[in-house]
Design a protein around this ligand. Structure first.
Ligand SMILES: [Zn+2]
Length: 402
């Protein structure tokens, strides 16, 4: 997929050649991934008949995206533009909680906005997506960092009374991913985006296992799109780590494609398996104990290596002739498909290689480097599958749960 390909057209064409109909999928009207893409925003809003726009960001993301210039460009086209600067919580993090959602909703009401524009990374998208949805408005995405694959998501993970829940909201009406802005993103956020993509190794594996042994629905095209996006990122890891324009574009496109794949399937199986359940478990523990948040993708990348190691050990024990106890129980659950499942895992890079990739992308590779202690890792391996009891993963089978 080359740099000038329209991403939605690419995804639709791939489906067409396989005889798959995507007419029911609500794709964004427009996805622009290019240098200067944000300059296309004012004309798009004008074409759609919007008259009052609210830009939602924080001081850093607004500066990164030249929010003042963007607002001026909107006003020049006769669109009244205001900005919400979302406030951080007591720990200093901008989070999608009651306070930031109400702050954004109040500004939407006071300004009489007819469209909300997320200017920022994942969390600002979640705040804007949910506030816009609640106010009955469309929202438009101007990402400032290639840090997650959730830009196109319809669901919003929110923190309500300290608990993380994902609620239905809306996907973006359009995405203007400006690589001139994205190349300026901090290295840690770029590495986190790469970590979120690396996590597809284990999410795609868990999906295959869940389909083969747990009756989960499966869509080969969605799996293929996700794997393609993952492989392109891995092939470009040096350029991503060096944050070259080409590397940043490859990573951003991969994150968008992974998001569109979820949109097509209507569920998150392709992009979220046991590595995401571990990451969520760690996140909740950090929240409970009042510690600073760690970037989603940084946790997912580190968790991916932990899961690969854990799965290798358990499948090895289950395959042993003298398997006993929980390993024998796992072997019994997998039955005659054990060699096949072990073969799928064998196709994945091993844990040291995954950690090497994370480091090359400029990020931390071990949970300890993220402040996630060994006891928490061990506990999450025993309990994290309970975060998503309906989702069949190998972790769930290892833990002896149906
Ligand atoms: Zn993720």
């Amino acid at each position: 997929m080359n740099s000038h390909t329209d991403i939605v057209a690419f995804v639709k064409h791939g489906a067409e050649t396989r005889g798959i109909r995507l007419s029911e999928v609500a794709f964004p009207d427009e996805i622009v991934l290019a240098p200067g893409a944000s300059e296309r925003l004012p004309a798009y809003l004008k074409e759609k008949g919007h008259r009052r726009a609210l830009l939602v960001g924080d001081p850093l993301t607004m500066a990164a995206a030249n929010g003042d210039e963007l607002a001026d460009a909107l006003r020049e086209l006769g669109i009244a533009a205001e900005a919400t600067l979302v406030k951080p919580n007591a720990a200093g993090d901008v989070v999608a909680d009651e306070a930031t959602i109400v702050q954004t909703l109040l500004d939407i009401q006071q300004h009489g906005a007819d469209v909300a524009i997320a200017v920022g990374a994942g969390t600002l998208h979640d705040i804007t997506r949910y506030a816009a949805y609640t106010a009955g408005l469309p929202f438009v995405s101007v990402p400032t960092a290639p840090s997650v694959d959730g830009f196109t998501s319809k669901g919003a993970p929110l923190l309500i009374r300290g608990d993380k829940i994902t609620v239905p909201a809306i996907g973006p009406a359009a995405i203007f991913a400006d690589t001139d802005i994205l190349v300026q993103a901090p290295g840690a956020m770029v590495a986190a985006g790469f970590g979120d993509m690396l996590g597809k190794y284990t999410s795609l594996f868990d999906w295959k296992v869940g389909h083969a042994l747990g009756g989960e629905d499966y869509d080969p095209y969605v799996a293929e799109l996700t794997a393609m996006a993952l492989n392109e990122c891995v092939a470009s890891v040096e350029a991503i780590g060096a944050r070259t324009p080409a590397g940043i574009e490859t990573l951003t496109r991969a994150l968008i494609v992974s998001g569109l794949a979820m949109l097509i399937f209507g569920q998150s199986h392709s992009a979220s398996g046991a590595e995401h359940h571990l990451s969520h478990y760690w996140e909740m523990e950090l929240l409970r104990t009042g510690r600073r948040q760690v970037l989603h993708g940084a946790k997912v990348g580190a968790a991916c290596a932990v899961i690969v190691e854990h799965y290798r050990r358990w499948l090895g024990q289950a395959a042993a002739a003298d398997a006993s106890g929980p390993a024998a129980a796992l072997a019994a659950q997998l039955g005659d498909r054990l060699p096949e499942v072990a073969g799928w895992l064998g196709e994945l890079p091993d844990a040291p290689r995954i950690r090497e990739l994370l480091r090359t992308a400029g990020g931390p590779a071990l949970p300890e480097a993220l402040g996630i202690e060994g006891e928490l890792v061990a506990r999450s391996l025993r309990e994290a599958d309970e975060i998503r009891p309906g989702r069949k993963t190998l972790l769930r089978m290892i833990n002896g749960r149906r």
